[in-house]
Design a protein around this ligand. Sequence first.
Ligand code: SF4
Length: 689
Amino acid sequence: MTATDTHCPYCALQCGMTLTPEIPRVRLEPRDFPVNKGGLCAKGFTAADLLDHRDRLLTPLVRKDPGGPLREATWDEALTRITEAIRAAQERYGPDAVGAFGGGGLTNEKAYALGKFVRVSLRSASIDYNGRFCMSSAATAANRALGIDRGLPFPLEDVAKAGTVLLVGANPADAMPPSMQYLDAGRENGARHIVVDPRRTNTAAGAHLHLQPLPGTDLALANGLLHIAVREGYVDDDYVAARTTGFEAVRQATNSYWPERVERMTGVAESKLRETVRLLATNGPAMILTARGAEQHSNGTDTAQAYLNLALALGLVGRPFSGYGTITGQGNGQGGREHGQKADQLPGYRKLDDPAARAHVAAVWGIDPDELPKPGVSAYEMLDRLGTDGGVRVLMVLASNIAVSAPNTNRVLDRLKALDFLVVSDIFRSETAELADVVLPTAQWAEEEGTMTNLEGRVIRRKRALPPPPDVRNDLEMLAELSGRLGRAESSDPRTVFDELRRASAGGIADYAGITYERIEREDGVFWPCPSEDHPGTPRLFADGFPTPDGRARFVRVEHRDPAEMPDKHFPYVLTTGRNMQQYQSGNQTRRVKALTVALPEPRAEIHPDLARRHGIADGDLVELRSRRGAAVLRARLSDGIRPDTVFAPFHWPGANALTSPALDPHSRMPAFKACAVAIAKHERGSAQ
Ligand code: SF4
């Protein structure tokens, strides 16, 4: 049997693995790829269990009568029903009444094809994706400061060479365990790691310093660190003068963040603040890495900006083994935000409201620029208006389980039910698929060709090791077929789509023009930007300048704001949500893997013993969490590693997002997943969730 080198279907590390078809299923082995170097986590090791899982969707399903059951159908029947629903809605309400919700797990080819399908075949502005819930705040901050958003501007291996690493709201020990080899190697060489997290996670437990702020105060913490850096003479004045603009306004803004005040705001001791700054400034090279813990707030963009300000003031960005980065979460979270499934974006990280960008992409697509729609609304805003006047009436959902993963899910469920027609393409009957009028069975990662872009900006190949089941189609085929029925021929061949993506991205910020399938194969991935086939790709950014009009990085003045929802006497605690090691995203896949569910069968709410005692809660009791939007019942896990004013709930099961707040960051439109006010009580009867 032929072995195929490919990558894990899950997170943005995109660990290399080898698949060998054998009877009855596929043999999956880790591969010595530059990122994972032979490592895989439990999720990756068990990924092939889903290929022949008994729950797998093997044929299209349609719901004939509202409220009736989903029943098996042919592809022709399913696509005919979708086409009729699209035509009816657009005739009645206009083009924007048909929309799509994509995902950060789609290959670059599929993300590109989906964006083009909506803009060209549907002529609709209504598209956004679940990366809005994931990466959008750090992306917006990086674009403002550096002129480019590439999660890590350096290969992951550089982390091992840093003398100090500040990890803010990141827990790679649980989320992407093979990445820990770089932090471990650094520590063995004497590196100091500092973790900012309201919980003592596995990552925090191994760090030199753990800063445990109240959720929603990360910006104040960053401004406090910069205040100390200024007062203690650690600012790199030469770097600031030569390579940046705007520092004076930021310096003035941080005047009021004196250490005693920041200690009061965040709960982090002044001594730890000072030690953090000392290490970053004197134990270099130093890196600052943020992740969702700092970013998923109603001030997430400004929070990421505050850490960028700190990195620039210390002269870290663009120096070897040094700098600022954000740790992307979803498998193609990076590529998924570059090629047009975002409401305001065209391929190559071009802006939909930029006339030159519209002209370039329209020429590649063979249409008049005026035919391109204007930017649409962001993910939650689109969901919040489903089925309303001016809102989307027919929604297509690809690679996303919004019934579990969107904030304020009770509201989102109501809105999904108000649609005229819902189409879901998935590999399983997810909670979202259960609401659909048509469910389309799609191919899994091992059954398809395409490219992904990992957290380093390295474009890699996903390769087909075996064919999909007979009645299962790839989303590229599905989109091409639908497009044809709507009157426009499109290719369903991944290589042809990628070559078109290369042309559409040429000259853009995320320039893939020089990347070919063959080069990716030969070179173990190619880092964008890569404008021509003789360009080596760009593993490290910013050594010679920044892609801003004047070549300088930009400081941006930012101030602490309280979270959109503060604790009060009715909802006295802060809920923060996050990941477990055994699960991925909404759990639609990993909740079906036996080895993973045996290790962690149900969600656990993490509660400090002092808080538990106050409410008569013992370890293992069921507890009810209530917010202004809903309630969830989870089993309690008592831990003195969490702040006594904070409760943690994992988001891989239905429940946690019934509580979370849809308050949006004004710049990125990111919802405030990481801080809302809740009440807690022992739950006497019933079951979890
Ligand atoms: Fe897959 Fe991420 Fe685990 Fe690697 S770390 S095996 S990419 S889930």
